[in-house]
Design a protein around this ligand. Structure first.
Ligand code: C2E
Ligand code: MG
Ligand code: MG
Ligand code: MG
Length: 292
């Protein structure tokens, strides 16, 4: 009202709001259309065991086709999907697609290969994630212990009790639970105390420069020790150089993920790498047996 009285200010404000609303409408429509036309794709980024250097799993990362052969990263459309509710069908598709792929890899003879899937806190407010996951595991044949659900700490901002119950039920199904971007939320310690989790993923903002930044290195070291003291597995994300990978190994970090090992890529590309690795491993075993 005061703005209306000041004339120009209000018009400017209103025009702005209008442009924003129209932009949001445009994104909403694009998301709905993308769901309908199956324009979403998963890329997979490998995760390695730091001790052996072998690929032991991957994280599924969502992209949207831009219609010109390119891909739109999740940061550009997921925040809106979380606000307009489309995150529900979108992430349901993600879990289904990742589990179909995981089950296929399992049947191909890659028995211990895990797939990480990112969940949104919104899902825990609006639906029973355990029921959804149980149905998808049943339909796809994905072994539960190979599915690793990644949650960020922001989930504790929502109904704690409800979230704890759902995480307990997911645990009962046999799926793994990771805390993603660990260390960036304000509730890291209480999260670990209150929720049944299996794994910490140290946020890339601490990992990337740990070689040159002593505070980052200290935070990473402390997080690895905390995780291990609690019996959790620790994985570092955002490993971009060999030097950082070596440092993490020295600090007894279990696993790592980052551009140094590989970028997110199509399922077929990762599959070739894994098959090559499995082949090499078999060759290696045969050689050793041949020598014996
Ligand atoms: P995140 O789960 O922490 O995923 C890691 C992000 O870091 C990915 O970005 C990945 O491409 C990027 N990354 C990996 N290695 C490196 C590295 O060495 N250096 C740098 N600078 N970056 C690296 P992306 O794919 O853009 O995903 C961004 C975020 O979007 C994810 O962060 C996750 O929170 C969210 N997201 C992705 N897919 C899904 C999904 O299917 N559902 C939901 N709810 N969220 C998703
Ligand atoms: Mg993640
Ligand atoms: Mg992360
Ligand atoms: Mg992140």
């Amino acid at each position: 009202r005061t703005k209306a009285a000041s004339g120009d200010g209000f018009c400017f404000f209103a025009a702005n709001m209008d442009a924003r609303a129209r932009e949001e409408q445009r994104i909403d429509n694009a998301l709905r259309q993308a769901l309908e036309d199956e324009q979403f794709v998963l890329h997979y980024q490998q995760q390695v065991d730091l001790k052996t250097g072998l690929i032991i799993g991957c994280e599924a990362l969502l992209r949207m086709r831009d219609g010109e052969g390119g891909f739109i990263p999740p940061g550009e459309f997921l925040p809106r999907a979380e606000r307009n509710g489309l995150i529900m069908p979108i992430n349901e598709w993600v879990i289904e697609e990742a589990c179909r792929q995981g089950a296929r890899w399992h049947r191909m003879g890659l028995p211990d290969f895990t797939i990480g899937v990112n969940l949104s806190p919104v899902q825990f407010q609006r639906q029973s994630v355990p029921l959804l996951v149980a149905r998808i595991l049943g339909e796809t044949g994905m072994p539960a212990h190979l599915l690793d659900l990644e949650l960020t700490e922001s989930i504790v901002l929502h109904d704690r009790e409800q979230v704890a119950i759902q995480l307990g039920q997911l645990r009962d199904l046999g799926v793994k639970i990771s805390i993603d971007d660990y260390g960036t939320g304000c509730s890291s310690l209480s999260y670990v105390k209150h929720f049944p989790v299996d794994r910490l993923k140290i946020d890339q903002s601490f990992v990337r420069d740990m070689q040159s930044n002593p505070s980052d290195a200290a935070i990473v070291r402390a997080t690895i020790n905390l995780g291990h003291s609690l019996g959790l597995e620790v994985i570092a994300e955002g490993v971009e150089t060999k030097a950082v990978a070596n440092l993490l190994l020295l600090e007894h970090c279990d696993k790592a993920q980052g551009y140094h090992f590989g970028r997110p890529q199509g399922a077929d590309v990762l599959e070739q790498q894994m098959l090559a690795q499995t082949g090499n491993k078999i060759d290696h075993v045969e050689k050793i047996q041949g020598l014996a």
